[in-house]
Design a protein around this ligand. Structure first.
Ligand code: FES
Length: 97
């Protein structure tokens, strides 16, 4: 059975993703506005993965695999940001040369 919602507050990940996308919400902002992940907290790593990957259905993951997946996505995002910054810097230096 896939994990698709915050059970404590009956909020589906689809609904949370729509809200996060529409309002560009971080995890903390999403928690504050919807109360997701403020009950037992078991859904929080899934919601974090949802924000990183856009996925809204997850197989049940143990905490170690969950942490590895979150770290992997955070590292990919950081690497992409570094590439974007380097590309921006190169474009800026070309325009001033
Ligand atoms: S399942 Fe989301 S807080 Fe418990």
């Amino acid at each position: 059975m896939p994990v698709t919602r915050c059970v404590c507050h009956n909020l589906s990940f689809d609904e949370l993703k729509r809200r996060a996308d529409a309002e560009s919400l971080s995890l903390d902002e999403l928690k504050e506005r919807t109360r997701c992940a403020t009950g037992c907290g078991m859904c929080e790593p899934y919601i974090q993965l949802m924000l990183l990957t856009g996925e809204t259905r997850f197989r049940v993951l143990n905490s170690t695999i969950m942490k590895i997946q979150i770290q992997k996505h955070l590292a990919q995002r950081a690497a992409q940001n570094m590439l974007n910054e380097a590309s921006s810097a190169m474009n800026s230096s070309r325009q001033t040369a």
